[in-house]
Design a protein around this ligand. Structure first.
Ligand code: BG6
Length: 505
């Protein structure tokens, strides 16, 4: 976001407004933006859904969500009263074109009242099966005719595979310009993720060593203690590869691997990320066999509580072949990264919740210190902790204080908690503000989404065509299947331990 910009009058129409996403994420984010003075004087948030709600009941529901999930804690009376005047609810059937006329009338009424032409943001907080219908009806009702002032926001998943992603993109592009389409990958809004670009491109000392000459390999790990929770019906048709790797983890990889952009312009940044995806070595059938691992969790104990295996979770098929863990080893075929392996893994019901990028540098070319001086030896490593710990650590060899020469590994740490007094905004605050400001840098462009699908399609097809015979193959509270250890051990490496500081989920 650009702090010098001010939001123009705005009308949010939130489809699926009575759902979880609005209660947990969107309403708290909008409320915090309001408290921090980011929202313009004139704004309206119109929630819509099929369920009958009065404005009062809708407002109370959102307050409940904010009280429970907002980073700034419970609402305060005066502030809430002022904010809630901007909220209203319109019952509507997304399939009924007539309902969209009502939105048009409400927009016209607010514009007349405010004596401006407000920006209109249609947020589709709904299941992807409704994307097509709602987008088409928005278009037909002329709600998005002003290409400068109207935006449509969609949540992942964007398609179920390459073909469906292409068809969704084709449909959207037929009705809206790419500048109107905001595809959210919420990882890109995370404070620590945004900082990767600042860290890489606002510091001169990193660029000379940020390449195959100095970097040995890269690990990207997003592990969760949570299981599939109540989302079995969605997840059982998705799996870890689609749910996490195709989007969040590949975006992290792009941020690590991209070339420096010539400016911070949204398309320039996104062009450089697409370059990475296009340079990734396609997975041959042999690569899928050798360089990918899938897993599914069985029941067990997590921190003293007994948890069900994936196949016993609600709305999951008892013989499900869906993976809850995926690990891949991949390469980027360009001058910077040729032959540097990137190991990427993500799983549910893992031992720890942590999102971490580790850049392992090569060893010194010649060890001048005799072996008796080496208490511990580790090649330099840069560890970018995205969550729950938020820090960047550079691990170096140093002399332990004392009269003899003894070397061990120390951390140079940039820690958000210790460095900044102000709390970091939630990803959705950043992303909603950018939507209002019309800044698409942190949003997925259609070609990025398709390039990511293209990369993983051979893995998906192979996994779908070949049922796993050993599922479930990892226990809850473990580090995933043994094959994931073997994947990296074959190259002489191991998955690095994740930081334990953690406020665990
Ligand atoms: C979502 C996935 O996109 O990201 C979930 O659908 C996953 O399965 C979640 O749990 C993780 O997000 P975060 O922000 O909690 O790391």
């Amino acid at each position: 976001m650009n702090a010098s910009l001010k939001c123009e009058p705005v009308i949010f129409i939130i489809f699926g407004a009575t759902g979880d996403l609005n209660q947990r994420k969107l309403a708290p984010a909008l409320y915090n933006l309001y408290l921090d003075g980011w929202l313009p004087e004139h704004f309206a948030i119109i929630g819509t859904g099929r369920t009958e709600f009065s404005d009062e009941d809708f407002t109370a529901k959102l307050q409940e969500g904010i009280d429970q999930f907002s980073r700034s804690g419970k609402t305060k009376k005066a502030q809430w009263e002022a904010f809630s005047k901007h909220l209203s609810y319109q019952v509507a059937d997304a399939k009924d074109t007539g309902s969209y006329k009502l939105f048009g009338e409400r927009i016209a009424q607010l514009n007349a009242e405010w004596q401006v032409e407000a920006n209109v943001i249609c947020y589709l907080a709904v299941s992807p099966s409704f994307f097509e219908t709602i987008a088409t009806n928005i278009h037909k009702a002329g709600l998005a005719d002003n290409r400068e002032r109207t935006r449509i926001v969609l949540e992942k998943p964007f398609g179920h595979d390459l073909e469906t992603a292409q068809s969704l993109n084709g449909l959207l592009r037929g009705m809206f310009s790419e500048q109107q389409i905001y595809r959210i990958d919420h990882y890109l809004g995370k404070e620590t993720v945004q900082n990767i670009m600042a860290f890489r491109f606002a510091n001169n000392i990193l660029e000379p060593i940020w390449n195959r000459n100095y970097i040995d390999h890269v690990q990207i790990s997003v592990t969760e203690q949570l299981g599939v929770e109540e989302r079995g019906d969605y997840y059982d048709h998705s799996g870890a590869l689609r749910d996490m790797i195709q989007n969040h983890l590949l975006q992290l990889l792009c941020l690590v691997a991209m070339e420096p952009p010539i400016s911070f312009n949204a398309d320039e940044v996104r062009d450089r990320k697409v370059d990475v995806l296009r340079a990734m070595r396609p997975f041959s059938p042999e690569d899928v066999r050798m360089n990918t691992v899938r897993g599914q969790y069985s029941g067990g104990w997590m921190q003293g509580t007994e948890v069900a295996g994936y196949r016993e979770e609600p709305k999951v098929a008892p013989d499900s072949n869906t993976e809850t863990f995926a690990a891949i080893k991949c390469f980027i075929d360009n001058w910077r990264w040729q032959d540097v392996p990137f190991y990427v893994r993500s799983g549910k019901r893992m031992h720890q919740t942590a999102s971490v990028i580790s850049i392992q540098f090569k060893d010194v070319p010649h060890k001048v210190f005799p072996s008796e001086t080496i208490e511990s030896w580790q090649q330099n490593r840069l560890v970018i902790n995205i969550q729950p710990e938020m820090s960047i650590r550079l691990q170096l060899q140093a002399k332990r204080p004392g009269l003899d020469m003894l070397l061990n590994t120390v951390d140079m740490v940039f820690d958000y908690d210790g460095t900044y007094a102000s709390p970091s905004p939630e990803a959705y605050e950043t992303l909603l503000l950018d939507t209002m400001l019309g800044d698409q840098t942190l949003f997925m462009r259609g070609d990025q989404v398709e390039a990511a699908w293209e990369l993983i399609m051979p893995i998906l097809s192979s996994w779908q065509g070949r049922k796993s015979i050993n599922f479930p193959n990892y226990a809850a509270d473990s580090w995933g299947p043994e094959a994931a250890e073997a994947l990296i051990a074959r190259d002489g490496f191991h998955w690095f331990s994740l930081p334990t500081k953690a406020k665990q989920k």
